[in-house]
Design a protein around this ligand. Structure first.
Ligand code: DQA
Length: 145
């Protein structure tokens, strides 16, 4: 079965307890479990990686070239700062959907800019855990137009 990488950046390991009024009460495991079953229904496997370290996220994108058909990526705060992640997304030539739980455009000004959106297939945000479902659907629909 082809694999979709679910990649999560800094502080997303704390989902469930981290600012639940912004990010919801679900844990990352809850979200990944749901994606795993949704993906399976469509004939895909899910691999989940979370790291708080920028370089490890770069490494995970590099590794995905050999293992994944597409990527659902919530880069956390690195969205707004990371040229290294932007270059990695460009380099790997995989369909990557930038994914956010919160509506970053309704929040602080520094969250309105993404270093990554321009090199991603598209962006989903503002729908809580539904953002991940929509992003998974977008990746699979891209792979199977
Ligand atoms: C986030 C939004 C980012 O601005 C923030 O730094 C995060 C989470 C989201 O999912 O809404 O860590 O990516």
């Amino acid at each position: 079965m082809p694999t979709i990488l679910i990649l999560n950046g800094p502080n997303l390991n704390l989902l469930g307890t981290r600012e639940p009024e912004v990010y919801g009460a679900d844990t990352l495991d809850d979200i990944v479990d749901e994606l795993r079953s949704l993906a399976a229904e469509r004939g895909y496997e899910v691999e989940a990686v979370q790291s708080n370290a920028e370089g490890e996220l770069v490494d995970a994108l590099h590794a995905a070239r050999a293992t994944a058909a597409g990527v659902v990526f919530n880069p956390g705060a690195y969205t707004h700062t990371s040229i290294a992640l932007r270059d990695a997304i460009s380099a790997v030539e995989l369909p990557v959907v930038e994914t956010h739980l919160s509506n970053v455009h309704a929040r602080e000004e520094f969250r309105h800019t993404s270093m990554l959106s321009a090199v991603c297939l598209g962006v989903v945000g503002g729908f809580g855990r539904t953002s991940y479902r929509l992003a998974l659907d977008a990746v699979i629909s891209h792979l199977e137009p």
